[in-house]
Design a protein around this ligand. Sequence first.
Ligand code: 8YV
Length: 317
Amino acid sequence: MKPNVLQLNPILVPAVNDKLNALYTVHRLFEQQDKVAYLKEHGGLIRGVITGGHTGISNEMIASLPALQVIAVNGVGTDAVDLQFARQRGIPVTATFGALTEDVADLAIGLILTTCRQICFGHGYVTSGGWKQNPHPGAIPLSTRFSGKRVGIVGMGKVGRAIAVRAAAFGCPIAYTDLRQIDDMPHRYVPDLLQLARESDILVLAAAADKAHGIINAAVLDALGKDGYLINIARGKLVVEQDLVDALSRGAIAGAGLDVFVDEPNVPEALFKMDNVVLQAHRASATNESRTAMGEMVLASLAAGLAGQRPEGSLTT
Ligand code: 8YV
């Protein structure tokens, strides 16, 4: 009999789904109408869980799966899993570190460019007929250069470093903050986030959100200043979202490029009307390349966990 595995989010790579189906009886909870009833019926059989970084798994659900041997997070954020709870139960939790780094960093740069250069606004100006109606070059305000701007990176993990490499190629001086200074890091360490914001033209959030809730508040945004841009490809909850909406409304910062939000898919509607804001639907790792590599890591974690071995990179065992 194939082991039973519970999948909490869809996987969009056919080859990964084919392998999952070949090896396991996959219970796709996201396809079920009555999830509670479904879990009651099948929970006792489930030996592995696949979840997304943002979705994670509740302690209540973990507790309702008595045969659980491994939780494979198809993402790098583990803020939605109580690692301590899993550790106490001896359940390995894995993530897909390294598989999505390049794509998340690429999107960060994409958001910087689209925001500073008002690319989405320009696209809308052309497609809505605005350009035809008013072809005078002075009809569109000037935008802001990215090259050479001071980039501040909050969280210098794999993704932060990959953003730094890219920003350096644009001739940007880079500074960063993190829990501590990193030894092999050529960039300037600024321990205080307020100070980093004050010294940055573009503040990029690439930090884990396990503990750092609401670190980007009105004071930090005011420090970033009226010519500063905020980019978030990490987690919405790093930001006090209402403070961000207020800061944008009162012109306290110049603009924002956001891939993640506090309560996805609910995005503050005030942001929809702002020309200096570019929004994405949590897409930073959503490429065939990243998702294929992530899927392979999930498969490897399941295989090891279900064989009673410690999966590579387990965060809890
Ligand atoms: C994914 C993420 O969208 O890695 C993470 O933590 O939030 C994203 O890359 C998600 O995990 C996809 O399942």
